[in-house]
Design a binder for this molecule. Structure first.
Ligand SMILES: Cc1cc2nc3c(=O)[nH]c(=O)nc-3n(C[C@H](O)[C@H](O)[C@H](O)COP(=O)(O)OP(=O)(O)OC[C@H]3O[C@@H](n4cnc5c(N)ncnc54)[C@H](O)[C@@H]3O)c2cc1C
Length: 386
């Protein structure tokens, strides 16, 4: 199956690849690893300066009109395949796309040009500690006060809050209605008085945050969508969710290279071992399947479909295959695989132990595997709700 969008896309893909070869240095990757923040401002600004975030967006909101509408898809694809830290880009574009469809004219003009030029990031404030996957149980309250709203509550796992200009915040505005019908979305400035960010460090070295909101005052113009229709707005945002993973090409390349360079007691290399070859082959096959599921999901989205099934299929398969891959890689290299980055003897630049710890989170965030299975079971297979 050929997913190229048109005749110009292969040229653009080559241009992106050359750009990334030049800009994504080992130092950049190391910096992200040290800070636990899957975002690099230099890279983000450089992408914005190229205009690659603004292709296909209306000119009145900082876009390039009809020009370059396919570019972001190809850019995302290249970033994904190379495992380049780009969480900030993914989340910001998700929020920007939602604002484009549900935001007021005022908010579109104020925020979109800054997002599309690469100047600012936006993060997601859905999850609360008591609710977890059940985001509709949100208790963070927004209470109307004249032309303003006063927000009180807290959110868990607000990834990239410490780098963001705004948080896309899910709040409760109505306690009389059933839980899905009393929610409203706001775009809250992170520097507003009363917003507090505290780091949370995960086992995979990724930094996320707890965020606290105490008497935070925002104008009604900060609202995205209708009052009490936050669930509908979240539905739009879900279509642009870009979590997945799947062992990327870089990791696979490093695994093959490392397996070739490690010699066993009988003088052969690890790559000569049939069980190693079999596992690496499975990794390559699952990587290909992940890529195809991702491309299909993007293609369905590009057709204007609101289907979420393809995204769920990609998320479920890629997250779980990456857990399998990370586990296999650690197994293949044994104790050597545990050596951390920075040590000369570390195979694959210490990537395998890092990947093993990082992969744990993949079936959890962005909708857990069980939640994805439910979506697929109910909406694609037509099974009854449990
Ligand atoms: C590193 C990290 C970054 C994150 N970043 C963000 C972010 O930026 N913004 C944000 O808003 N959130 C973020 N999250 C939150 C993430 O999306 C939630 O953690 C996730 O939705 C699961 O919630 P929970 O961890 O409380 O688990 P729970 O929801 O308590 O789930 C516990 C277990 O029950 C299962 N389960 C839950 N509900 C169902 C169901 N209906 N059917 C079947 N099984 C179910 C789950 O699969 C899981 O196995 C992040 C989480 C992590 C760990």
């Amino acid at each position: 199956m050929n997913f190229d969008i048109d005749d110009v896309s292969p040229d653009f893909r080559r241009e992106v690849a050359a750009f990334l070869d030049e800009h994504v240095t080992p130092d950049l990757v190391e910096r992200c690893r040290q800070t636990g923040t899957n975002h690099d401002w230099d890279l983000h600004w450089a992408l914005g300066a190229r205009g690659w975030l603004a292709g296909g967006w209306p000119t009145e909101y900082g876009g390039r009109g009809d020009e370059g509408s396919f570019e972001f898809l190809i850019l995302s694809d290249e970033l994904e395949q190379r495992g380049i830290p780009s969480d900030g880009l993914g989340m910001t574009m998700l929020v920007a796309n939602t604002i484009m469809r549900a935001g007021s004219e005022e908010i579109k003009r104020a925020v979109l040009p800054r997002a599309l030029s690469g100047e600012i990031l936006m993060c997601l404030g859905y999850t609360e500690s008591h609710g977890g996957s059940d985001v509709a149980a949100a208790k963070t309250a927004a209470v109307r006060d004249g032309d303003n709203w006063v927000i009180n509550g807290h959110k868990m796992f607000t990834t990239l809050a410490h780098e963001s200009e705004y948080v896309f915040l899910l709040t409760r505005t109505n306690t009389e209605e059933p839980k899905h019908r009393g929610l409203t979305m706001f775009l809250v400035p992170m520097h507003a008085p009363g917003v507090e960010v505290q780091p949370i460090w995960t086992i995979g070295n990724v930094r996320t945050n707890a965020t606290y909101y105490t008497d935070v005052v925002v104008p009604d113009s900060a609202r995205v969508g209708e009052i009490d229709d936050g669930w509908g707005v979240m539905g739009i945002a879900l279509m642009f969710e870009r979590t997945g993973g799947g062992a990327d090409a870089r990791l696979f390349g490093e695994a093959v290279q490392a397996a070739r360079s490690v010699t066993t007691n009988d003088g052969r290399t690890l790559l000569d071992d049939d069980s190693v070859r079999e596992r690496l082959s499975r990794l390559a096959i699952e990587r290909e399947i992940s890529t195809l599921l991702r491309l299909r999901s993007q293609w369905v989205q590009a057709q204007g479909s609101r289907s979420m099934i393809e995204g769920s299929m990609f998320k479920l398969f890629s997250a779980e295959s990456q857990v399998r891959a990370a586990s296999d890689l650690l197994d293949i290299f044994g104790p050597l695989g545990l050596i951390e980055a920075g040590e000369p003897a570390a195979p694959g630049s210490g990537e395998f132990t890092h990947e093993f710890r990082h992969s744990i989170v993949l079936p959890i965030y962005g909708g857990s595997s069980e939640v994805q299975r439910r979506i697929i079971a109910e909406r694609r297979l037509g099974l009854p709700r449990p």
